[in-house]
Design a protein around this ligand. Structure first.
Ligand code: SF4
Length: 339
């Protein structure tokens, strides 16, 4: 079944490669997800491991899933939540591309004249829709997202900082390279990622914003997971010398469809990056080292084992959502044991 995809932008964001300099472009071309020790390209140049927020997060969830997805490149089924997420991201990216100083000037004038409804309608008009409408509740997600941003605009207007409403970075592609030391061996790696949005904080610093279209659970693991992702982006900006977006003073995330699938509801949160980055940075370092070690030893163990008990979270997440459960040794061992 083909799913209904919608992208009003000229290009998908993954098609628009931007490198800060030639060194980063060369580093990217020498990087691969399938890296093994001693690997060289056709010209005999040493290859390096490519790390993204998604590869690191997947490895953190389950090394075996990472192995199937990024090393063996086994196809994953495309799901409605995935398409919904991509469609919403495309709409939001397009929206921000349309908002320029002229639009903001008109909005400000309308607000000065106390014409809030007209101003809101004007901005809503920049949200594109497919001719045959959305199919997967994208409209509900976008509506909530827009409401929050409308409220934020009213606050900016009241504080005479309407220029801070617009992001200074929109679907920002960031590349960085680094040398990591693992078990006494130094290895070069290349990082690649997309920061959904960057906002100026009005005091010389910047706020990273991540948009999620899945469910939100008010649990410590969700906070630590989000901090892990946000710190990854912060580090990438630092490592790649993107001084135009530094320092990162805060990070934020929004879950406008947080109620889906029994979630705890739509939420957005903003946190002090400086205060929280130390723990997240430690976690990134630990997971990166484990990832490299797994590549060196070619050892990617399933998170689920026969030792898992009924209350283990992996029985519902991530295995419950994993496309590879039928070939996973973690589960096949259990099947064999229960036969
Ligand atoms: S089924 Fe579970 S243990 Fe196996 S690869 Fe998937 S997430 Fe990992």
């Amino acid at each position: 079944m083909s799913l209904h995809k919608f992208n009003p932008n000229d290009k998908g964001f993954t098609e628009e490669a931007t490198y800060l300099n030639e060194d980063l472009e060369e580093s990217y071309n020498l990087s691969t997800y399938t890296w093994q020790p001693g690997m060289v390209d056709d010209d005999g140049q040493m290859m390096k491991l490519r790390i993204t927020k998604s590869t690191l997060s997947t490895f953190k969830i389950c090394p075996r899933q990472y192995y199937y997805q990024y090393i063996l490149r086994l196809p994953q089924g495309e799901t409605i939540p995935m398409v919904r997420g991509t469609n919403v991201h495309n709409v939001v990216e397009y929206f921000w591309k349309q908002i320029n100083e002229d639009v903001l000037e008109v909005v400000k004038k309308l607000l000065d004249e106390d014409k809030q409804i007209t101003a809101k309608k004007l901005l809503e008009g920049f949200l594109p829709k497919p001719e045959d409408g959305f199919h997967y509740n994208e409209g509900i997600v976008i509506e909530q997202w827009f409401e929050w941003n409308w409220m934020r605009l009213l606050i900016c207007y009241a504080e005479n900082t309407i220029h801070l409403w617009q992001p200074v970075g929109n679907e920002l592609e960031v590349h960085a390279m680094e040398t990591l030391e693992v078990d006494g061996v130094t290895l070069p790696v290349h990082y690649k990622g997309y920061v959904d949005r960057v906002f100026a904080d009005g005091h010389g610093g910047f706020i990273l914003m991540e948009l999620k279209t899945g469910k939100w659970m008010e649990r410590p693991y969700k906070y630590s997971g989000m901090r892990f992702e946000m710190e990854f982006y912060r580090q990438m900006l630092v490592k790649s010398n993107h001084s135009e977006y530094l320092p990162v003073t805060q990070w934020a995330w929004e879950y406008p469809y947080g109620q889906v699938n029994g979630g705890d509801g739509a939420i957005w949160a903003i946190e002090d990056a400086k205060r929280l980055s130390r723990y997240a940075a430690k976690s990134i370092k630990t997971v990166s080292e484990k990832l490299i070690r797994a590549h060196i030893n070619n050892d990617f163990q399933p998170v689920h084992t026969e030792k898992c008990k009924a209350y283990c979270r992996c029985t519902t997440m991530p295995c419950g959502w994993c496309d590879y459960i039928d070939i996973c040794p973690g589960w096949n061992m259990i099947k064999e044991m229960t036969l």
